[in-house]
Design a protein around this ligand. Structure first.
Ligand code: ATP
Ligand code: TPS
Ligand code: MG
Length: 338
């Protein structure tokens, strides 16, 4: 029997790679691309009534993903984590740059699947590649996506606008991604198969809340906004720091998925991990008390669950109250790289 020799990137070469894998990621019909892949820089047209949003996020092997993770999902996640940052600013995402560092022995099939994921997600959210960078890597695979979006002049949301008395809201459910990671790494036992699949799905394919972000940018009563990437308590801390305020959150109000709820019922200690686990990519935002009804209606109209979990207070601390009303100590509150 003849042995199949897998093609690697080293055998394809840098420029054929760009032609074969990255150029096909261009989407027709996205406005504003004066020049995309092929020149020294992209040329992008920003309408006079809009402002440009720019954000970059890295996915590093061993830090954000494992070599064995599904590259089709990873391609989608690379865009989704950036879409979430544009959403947190209330913008519409349009364009992205892709920078990859890949070892020469990476199978071509890996890159084919990774770029298939980018394409699927690009089509779904209407964002196109406009350029990038390709290098070898001597220490694992690295992916950086820089994403651009547009927001009306002076309409961008920010972390810094929270006021005392604001109600704190979060979209969707919290903690699924960190539980999914723990499950994948064998740190959760006794999880049934369907729940494990659900939680890992939330880790692999976060849902950036782009439509809600855009709607919130039009609502003047929405003040401090962030997406939950580091962890609920840590990211609320970022709103507090930027706004010069404190916050009080009630554990009993934090929205959990059915799968997370079942786990917490068995092991209430997991709640601590939920409070500080990252990668949910939900929106966390504060709302003037008089606008709570409007935000609920907005959530219903867009089809995104929004849950009130606490209140902005004077001070600088994020205070977490347990079911018994006692203060819960959350040491770090979220992911830290260093
Ligand atoms: N190396 C850097 N150089 C310049 N600015 C940076 C650098 N690293 C982070 N920042 C800036 O610091 C702020 C906080 O960064 P952080 O990465 O926590 O935000 P984020 O992008 O929302 O988080 P995430 O990476 O989880 O999406 C952002 O405004 C970011 O642009
Ligand atoms: C293999 C593996 N190990 C650990 C984690 C968890 N993790 C990595 S980065 C991060 C916070 C957001 O990062 P950033 O601020 O860089 O966007 C979290 C929760 C993972 N997903 N995969
Ligand atoms: Mg963010």
């Amino acid at each position: 029997m003849k042995e199949e020799i897998a093609t690697t990137l080293a055998s394809v070469g840098e420029f054929p790679l760009i032609r074969e894998f990255f150029q096909p990621l261009r989407l027709e019909g996205v406005a504003g691309v004066v020049a995309g892949i092929g020149d020294d820089a992209a040329v992008l047209a920003v309408p006079r009534t809009q402002q440009l949003l720019a954000t970059v996020d890295a996915l590093i092997e061993g830090i954000h993903f494992s070599a064995t993770d599904d590259p089709f999902l990873l391609g989608q996640k690379a865009l989704r984590v950036n879409l979430s940052d544009i959403a947190a600013m209330g913008g519409r995402p349009n364009w992205y740059l892709l920078s990859v560092g890949l070892p020469g022995d990476t199978p071509s099939q890996w890159l084919a699947e990774f770029t298939r994921g980018l394409r699927a997600c690009g089509e779904r959210y209407g964002v196109t590649i406009v350029g990038g960078n390709t290098t070898g890597s001597s220490s694992g695979r690295t992916i950086h996506v820089t994403m651009f979006g547009l927001v009306g002049q002076g309409r961008a949301l920010s972390r810094g606008g929270a006021e005392v008395g604001d109600r704190i809201f979060v979209t969707g459910t919290v903690g699924d991604a960190t539980l999914g990671l723990a499950a994948r790494q064998g740190r959760l036992t006794g999880l049934d198969e369907a729940d494990q699949r659900y939680l890992e799905g939330r880790l692999d394919l976060p849902e950036p809340q782009v439509a809600l972000g855009v709607a919130l940018a039009d609502a003047a009563a929405v003040r401090g906004v962030i997406d939950v990437s580091d962890g609920l308590v840590a990211d609320l801390g970022h709103i507090c720091e930027a706004s010069g305020k404190g916050a009080r959150v009630e554990v009993g109000r934090i929205p959990l998925s059915e799968a997370a709820r079942r786990l917490v019922l068995r092991d209430p200690g997991l709640m601590r991990r939920i409070l500080s686990g990252g990668e949910d990519y939900e929106l966390l935002f504060t709302v003037a008390p008089g606008a709570v009804g409007m935000v609920r209606t907005l959530g219903e109209r867009i089809g995104v669950p929004v849950t009130e979990i606490g209140e902005i207070v004077a001070g600088s601390e994020v205070e977490v109250l347990g079911l018994d009303g006692e203060r819960v100590v959350v040491e770090q509150g979220g992911w830290r790289h260093f």
